[in-house]
Write a protein that binds this ligand. Structure first.
Ligand code: NAD
Ligand code: UDP
Length: 420
């Protein structure tokens, strides 16, 4: 019995010992596993940190790339913005002039803008858009050398300029007869306002005068020393007499205020950007031919005119402005045609089959007109270069494009309003 008890105690003690030994072994195993996990976590953490560093490097490289792309894009944008304008000459501050062109959104004015902008000057256009259009100068809007001001010259304006080309005035007979009082105001009050501005800022002043100062001339061709034959109370007087007063004002400012004035007596001029419905003979005949409508000749068609292309006129005006000669100078093309001949020329050049329709003659319509340009040749070394037919072809092309634009516009409108 005693032996049995002894065996039992030994067994129990053995179990207890085994239990403790096993428990300790488990603890060791757990510790080993924990250490392993810790190492693994540390390794993963290091890995992660390395990856983060790598990504940081990549992000900074990408940022550099984006910045360099951005600056490249800015360069492209700048080049694109510059190239969206026609080329202009680069001038120093000292030889760049600030030039005001009144009526610069009109037919002649907009070509003058092109020439002076291309020559690198700063050009400001003042126009009330009575017969001019923003579209004529749209290609300069936003250019740092160009400014367009919607303003009526009948009201004074104060700006700093070195030269003024004063063209603001309706030019086609239907336009200037539309509101004769306004035509008189524009050419008298408007001119005195611009002369006043020229006096204040000491600018040189060029007046766009007209062959109409010779009226229905008795001298042929017309020289600058001819005083003219104007009916002071006829339908054309609002323009003819107002331009004559404008010339008188120029010379009053010259003698009384020592203003530098230039007077260009402009003869019939044509070219692209003539207003389609201005009623002048070139626009009327070209449109009638292109639309195969009758060509309207006012009177018997024996009256004559001499037509110059617009770029020739612009070159003449710029030469005159830069010349020391200050008395009036004729600018025109002496190639003279009867209006009947002219109708046939335009019909042939445009390949039209339009019939001729003789209409009532206009009152006081000058019977003949042709400039004597010997003065311009002598003092300006200027004469027209563009042949009338070449100019007419360009003008016919321009009117074709305008008609297409109109057609597209109207077909869009018809669709938009559901009109068949
Ligand atoms: P145009 O009608 O196309 O241009 C005249 C411009 O003057 C237009 O832009 C018009 O909106 C602007 N204008 C009119 N009244 C104004 C006012 N009160 N204030 C501000 N702007 C005003 O005519 P154009 O053929 O370009 O003629 C320009 C100048 O040349 C005119 O002075 C005209 O008398 C003279 N001229 C032209 C011709 C010709 O055959 N084109 C011939 C002789 C003289
Ligand atoms: N004219 C014409 N048919 C027209 C428009 C004009 O016969 O549809 C004549 C007009 O009577 C004038 C000449 O063409 O004899 C020039 O007219 P425009 O209006 O162009 O200018 P103007 O020289 O008379 O100022």
């Amino acid at each position: 019995m005693k032996k049995m008890s002894y065996v039992c105690v030994v067994l129990i003690l053995s179990f207890v010992a085994i239990y403790f030994i096993t428990a300790q072994g488990n603890d060791v195993q757990e510790n080993v596993a924990l250490t392993k996990v810790k190492r693994e976590v540390q390794a993963a953490d290091q890995d992660l940190q390395q990856q983060v560093e790598l990504m940081k490097n990549q992000i900074s490289k990408l940022t550099d790339n984006v910045l360099s792309l951005q600056s490249e894009l800015n360069g492209y944008n700048q080049r694109f913005n510059q190239s969206k304008y026609p080329h202009v000459k680069t001038r120093n501050y000292s030889d760049r002039k600030r030039i005001l062109i009144t009526g610069g959104a009109g037919f002649v004015g907009s070509h003058l803008v092109d020439a002076l902008m291309a020559d690198g000057h700063e050009v400001t256009v003042v126009d009330n858009f009575f017969t001019g259009r923003k579209e004529n100068v749209a290609h300069w809007i936003g250019h740092s050398n160009f400014e367009l001001i919607n303003h009526d010259v009948v009201t004074p304006i104060f700006i700093e300029v070195d030269e003024i080309y004063h063209l603001a005035s309706p030019a086609s007979p239907p336009n200037y007869m539309y509101n004769p009082i306004k035509t008189i105001k524009t050419n008298t009050l408007g001119t005195i306002n611009m002369l006043g501005l020229a006096k204040r800022v000491k600018a040189r002043f060029l007046l766009a005068s007209t062959s109409e100062v010779y009226g229905d001339p008795e001298q042929h061709p017309q020289r600058e020393d001819y005083w003219g034959n104007v009916n002071p109370i006829g339908p054309r007087a609002c323009y003819d007499e107002a331009k004559r007063v404008a010339e008188s004002m120029c010379y009053a400012y010259q003698s009384q205020e020592q203003l530098e004035v230039r007077v260009a007596r402009i003869f019939n001029t044509f070219g692209p950007r003539m207003y389609m419905n201005d009623g002048r003979v070139v626009s009327n005949f070209v449109l009638q031919c292109l639309q195969h409508k009758p060509i309207t000749i006012y009177g018997d068609g024996t009256q004559t005119r001499s037509f110059q292309y617009v770029t020739d006129l612009v070159n003449g005006m710029i030469s005159l402005m830069n010349n020391n000669y200050s008395l009036p100078v004729n600018l025109g093309n002496p190639e003279e045609h009867t209006i009947s001949e002219f109708a046939q020329i335009i019909r042939d050049l445009s390949g039209s089959d339009s019939k001729i329709s003789y209409e009532k003659a206009n009152k006081d319509d000058p019977k003949k007109r042709k400039p004597d340009i010997s003065l311009a040749k002598r003092v300006l070394d200027w004469e027209p270069k563009v042949k009338m037919r070449d100019g007419l072809l360009k003008t016919i092309d321009y009117f074709k494009q305008e008609l297409n634009k109109n057609d597209r516009h109207w077909s869009f409108e018809r669709k938009a309003y559901g009109i068949a």
